[in-house]
Design a protein. Sequence first.
Length: 390
Amino acid sequence: MADKKRDYYDVLGITKNATDDEIKKAYRKLARKYHPDLNRDDPKTAEAKMKEINEAYDILKDKDKRAQYDQFGHAAFSGGGYGQEGGGFTGGINMNDIFGGGGAFDMGDIFEQFFGGGHTRSRQKPGPQKGADLRYDLRITFEEAAFGKEMNIKVPRMETCEECGGTGAKKGTTPDECPDCHGTGMRQTTTRTPFGVISNARPCERCHGTGQIIKDPCGHCHGNGKVRVEREIKLNIPRGVDEGQRLRVSGGGQAGDRGGQPGDLYVYIGIKPHKIFTRQDMNVYCEVPISFVQAALGAKIDAPTIDGKVDLIIPEGTQSGAVLRIRGKGIPALRGNERGDEFVKIKVLTPKNLSNRQKKLLREFEDGGSDSTNNPEKKSFFDKLKDLFD
């Protein structure tokens, strides 16, 4: 192959706007024409031509490689190609892969699956990498969860070292390219087998996959490129947030590598128990004690809500365990303007340490005013008891 490579689109005889199907059809057409097994008169020329065709097809059939080639040309794949020793096309290839067989495979695909592509991979330095995400568990009060709050939290995390700009090298110096992996961060080993050449890649042991060697490390981060800090982050807790929900703070996580964006911070919400209220979805529940007289005669009492005290009417004859609703005094919706309700469970207190006069009055009440007509529940109970013994 000539020192100056031909344009890959010209090699396949297609335009730069060619579709994937057009690229594959052009490759198969040329493969049928120049495959060494079909050119016995001049196999060396045919083999060189086939290598050029296969190299062009390998780049243009891959969307990522094609995009790199369109932007940078052959410079994007320096060191690549199919010209290494033992990378020919004679033997071991099924002609059906080129001439049909349903069109499921082509020669480039087979070389990639069985022989690692049959070519040397391009040397590209590791690119930017996003930092890791962080989790922060935050416990807030019942009222803070209901109405929201702005607060600051302190989050320990790794940040890019300002002294060296994240390079890990002393200010005024730059890291050296790793001589073992040539800055790629990966070491490639090649093994020859009866079936072809198999290539394996693994992180470089010398630079630990960074592609760089730091001879004069930064004194602030000791060559790590990151430092541990406790950063104060402003957090806006929305109203209506519930137990177990999480808030995302974009960019609040660990610093990225090689100029990459920082990760995100996820704040998981926990709600402290309240002395009076409990919660289910958007509704609030509580228990309110009242006296025997208030339950019997009815009353207007002060009922607690998350907004403060409100008037609650106790109907005459209210029984212990009855539940009264206060509309619109529950938890605000996380989105929108709706609010839940508050449900008040009534607990009638039995009086203790009565005076003799109070006891006398209660006995008179029991003898003269607690018959079955005034107490339907009592009538129902005694009817069932009578049926049981009869």
